[in-house]
Design a protein around this ligand. Sequence first.
Ligand code: SAM
Length: 257
Amino acid sequence: MRIDALTIFPEYLEPLGTAILGRAQTKGLLEVGVHDLRNWTRDVHRSVDDTPFGGGPGMVMLPGVWWAGLSEVLGLPTSPQDSSETTPSDDVGRRPLLVVPTPAGRPFTQQLAEEFATRSHLVFACGRYEGIDQRVFDAAAEHVDVVEVSLGDYVLIGGEVAVLAISEAVVRLIPGVLGNQRSHEEDSFSDGLLEGPSYTRPEVWEGIAVPEVLKSGNHARIDRWRRDQSLLRTAERRPELLADVELDKADFAVLRS
Ligand code: SAM
């Protein structure tokens, strides 16, 4: 997979080269390009924003600068009006995906992370101020797949933190990135539920013992106990998730208890 990100704060994205994401690059599983949007400015002040049409507070990022940057990174025509130069691949995985972090976007979920992980090229556009002129994405959608995504119902200062969060969620799903493939298969959301509690040594810490069943060596009992904990935690913290999970008799019994 290749990830490109355009931002006015490239240094903010240095963690993309650290820890597991860094190792994924060393292993040849990931390529990362971080681009300073100001490289595509044309004026002496290297401006990237202007006041909003219709009035109101804050500034909006300029469409021309964004198109210049995105068209280069995505290989699009230099003018959005020119549709002759791009022929999208029939294979969705090979088509680049332009990801636009915005609080007004579709909620980013594990399911979306799994979809993104099937792509070979993600390009992120990091907004600042009041965001980016909408015409950039409306025009880009004529040439590439575009998705506006939100990290959650709160407002960040810029899109960079969203790039880091989304990249981590996606890259860890690429086969070979995590040492143990099972770790993400058993994580929260992979079966639609929150994961239950985890314990390690010592068996008794500060007078608190780990649950007996986990030391029993009986894998069927341990699996059942983990499923029960997972169900109970989900019912308590995120009951709305249960609506999309296939539950059997034993599951219902636990939830009723
Ligand atoms: N005016 C925008 C609104 O009310 O929807 C908020 C702009 S915010 C201050 C600046 C940038 O931060 C956005 O363009 C986006 O890149 C990023 N951002 C803020 N909150 C976000 C969220 N919840 N999810 C994803 N990106 C977010």
